[in-house]
Design a protein around this ligand. Structure first.
Ligand SMILES: *[C@@H]1O[C@H](CO)[C@@H](O)[C@H](O)[C@H]1NC(C)=O
Ligand SMILES: *[C@@H]1O[C@H](CO)[C@@H](O)[C@H](O)[C@H]1NC(C)=O
Length: 184
């Protein structure tokens, strides 16, 4: 200990910082996944339901204060019959007075062999009138621990007659693979 001159200590400190920056870059991994949300707003297989809203006003996708609960099947492909890999479960509330923004709190919950036990947490405002709505990924579990990034939602099928739509969800994640190893 006595041999630790101030110069030696500061050199150590600089080396430590350098190592941290290096490993920070090396341990981030980007993942891109495209999935589809199968959405039904009416009928026996309804997956989106308004559960609260402003008294005396219509509860719609564009009226402020309306709260929806959702449990959409997540499929690998566009077709409803394609392999189901999870469920998109959560709530969203129309959060802007003009009705154009929905605040989304959504979990993508894996159910197939590959993703069972893994989730992706999505949270933030969704500009409902935009073609591609970008919302933040704020965390995850299982295979997606420490995930952060963003998703885009795009309505790729809109069948109003059957109250059926399909939303393409492109997920882009940056995962810190070894968060506890850094700087040691
Ligand atoms: C509802 O789902 C069941 C089971 O998947 C299916 O057999 C039925 O055809 C669906 N009904 C409608 C109206 O989509
Ligand atoms: C989402 O991914 C699909 C397929 O890779 C691509 O064609 C589409 O342009 C992407 N959408 C956005 C908003 O990036």
């Amino acid at each position: 200990m006595a041999s630790n001159s101030p110069t030696k200590l500061s050199l150590c400190f600089i080396l430590l910082i350098f190592t941290c920056i290096q490993s920070d870059a090396a341990q981030l991994q980007e993942t891109k996944i495209t999935v589809y949300l199968q959405d039904r707003t009416r009928g026996p297989n309804t997956t989106v339901v308004p559960i609260a809203g402003i008294h005396g006003k219509a509860w719609t996708f564009f009226s402020f204060g309306t709260v929806y609960c959702t449990d959409d099947p997540i499929t690998e492909g566009l077709e409803e019959s394609s392999a189901q890999i999870g469920r998109a479960q959560g709530i969203f509330v129309i959060s802007s007075l003009d009705g154009s923004i929905a605040h989304v709190l959504l979990s993508l919950v894996g159910t197939n062999e590959e993703y069972s036990g893994s989730t992706i947490e999505i949270q933030g405002p969704s500009r409902q009138l935009e073609k591609a709505r970008e919302v933040a990924v704020v965390g995850g579990t299982g295979k997606f621990r420490y995930a952060r990034g963003y998703v885009t939602f795009e309505t790729v099928i809109l069948d109003l007659a059957n109250s059926y739509s399909v939303i393409r969800c492109n997920i882009t994640l940056a995962q810190d693979l070894f968060p506890y190893d850094r700087c040691t």
